[in-house]
Ligand binder design. Structure first.
Ligand code: ASP
Ligand code: MG
Length: 407
């Protein structure tokens, strides 16, 4: 049987009627070759943001079910327009909502997880020679409510479909032409990877290198779907996200990032006794506040200092929790620093090489940049540094690991 290919087009790629026509022409080329093509699209341009703004004009506290009902309409616009565009150029096509293809999710509105997909409708339309176009980002729970998968979730819809349909590869067409060693706007010499591992991609996604929805990478890893990140504006090959065993030469560092949306909180003079960290971080997590780097000093005179970072946007919700914690434990008043950056180096080769951290610290030292906090995982080293040095730091680390073009 013909190959099944799954292609996902992001909001920018379908941002205008003209771009929708261009996407249709690209899809037609594959269809004309005899491939069975399944397409997933996001909402046009910034229309999801616009829907959110619309809701905000009605209420600051929209019921989550109704919010998902609203946001799912963005993709219903783009799938139907794309199907029309294909018919217009002589290619039969049929669009489907998430509920029409039985994209069943749990009932966690605004962040639902896909549980099963029923391929029968999709196969039926493919058998009739049609291009199948599925609305990204949306599903339906067992009670029949419309759910959404979280911002950027169309990537996850696409990889889930690729897994269910047994496609070898899922192409993600976007406005960048691949995954780079660093943000090319910050590092002029950044290079595009031809391949990168799922693990590295997951770390990079959580560091704000916003190319792919994290859960799409997890699904790709679990179901062995190669994810091909490429540009919808040209035909250049992009970056393949693959399993580690497919990569011959594992880089010590494959990406350098700076995350500038975090604030650091320091609470000094916390009593050294069991349950304190559990108390503090338990309360933050019960308010859905994500904590990133955490450092606790060794006790001195029965007292500790705890420092950690959270997103700046969560400060408003966090401050009352921190203040009441400090008060009840008779610790110092929490100190907040919003001018920090978390600079990280990621690479699967770190698992088998020594000296990576030392080299990163050395390159910061040579630029006179003070490291305020350090945290590491098997494939990542992160340093909290003053925000004003973030760009320099990323460039220096990028050079130190010889990631630059012609180096
Ligand atoms: N339209 C949704 C969003 O803006 C989903 C997506 O683009 O993947 O988040
Ligand atoms: Mg996206």
């Amino acid at each position: 049987m013909a190959n099944i290919i799954v292609q996902k087009f992001g909001g920018t790629s379908v941002g205008t009627p003209e771009r929708i026509m261009n996407v249709a022409k690209r899809i037609k080329r594959y269809h004309d070759q005899g491939d069975r093509v399944v397409v997933v699209v996001s909402a046009m341009g910034h229309s999801t943001d616009e829907l959110i703004e619309l809701a905000e004009q009605i209420t600051k506290n929209p019921p989550k079910r109704e919010m998902d009902m609203l946001l799912s309409t963005g993709e219903q616009v783009s799938v139907s327009l794309l199907a029309m565009a294909l018919w217009e150029i002589g290619t039969p096509a049929q669009s489907f909502t998430g509920s029409q293809v039985k994209m069943i999710t749990d009932g966690n509105f605004s962040n639902a997880k896909i549980e099963t997909v029923d391929r029968s409708k999709i196969d039926g339309a493919l058998d009739q020679g049609k291009v199948v176009i599925v609305a990204g980002f949306q599903g339906i729970d067992k009670e029949g409510n419309i759910t959404t998968l979280g911002r950027g979730g169309s990537d996850t819809s696409a990889v889930a479909l690729a897994a269910v349909l047994g496609a070898k590869e899922c192409e993600i067409y976007t406005d960048v032409d691949g995954v780079y060693t660093a943000d090319p706007r910050v590092v002029k010499q950044a290079q595009k990877h031809t391949q990168i591992t799922y693990e590295e991609m997951l770390e990079l996604a959580s560091l704000g290198a916003g190319v792919l929805h994290s859960r799409s990478v997890e699904l790709g890893m679990n179901y062995d779907v190669v994810i091909h990140v490429r540009s919808s504006f040209n035909d250049n090959p992009g970056t393949l996200v693959v399993s580690e065993d497919k990569i011959m030469e594992k880089l010590k560092v494959s990406g350098v990032t700076a995350k500038n949306d975090q604030a650091r909180i320091t609470i000094a003079n916390v009593p050294d006794k069991p349950g304190l960290a559990a108390h503090l971080f338990g309360e933050l997590s019960s308010r859905d506040i994500m904590v990133d780097v955490i450092v606790q000093s060794s006790p001195y005179n029965g007292r500790n200092t705890i420092s950690f970072t959270i997103a700046k946007k969560d400060l408003g919700a966090a401050i009352p929790i921190l203040e009441s914690f400090a008060k009840s434990e008779s610790a110092e008043k929490p100190e907040i620093n919003e001018s920090i950056s978390i600079v990280s180096a990621v690479g699967v080769g770190m698992k088998s090489h020594v000296g990576v951290a030392a080299k990163m610290f050395q390159s910061l030292a040579e630029s006179g940049i003070n490291i305020e906090m350090i945290s590491t995982s098997e494939i990542k080293i992160s340093c909290v540094i003053p925000r004003e040095h973030a760009e320099t730091a990323v460039n220096r680390i990028h050079e130190a690991f010889q990631l630059s073009k012609n180096s």
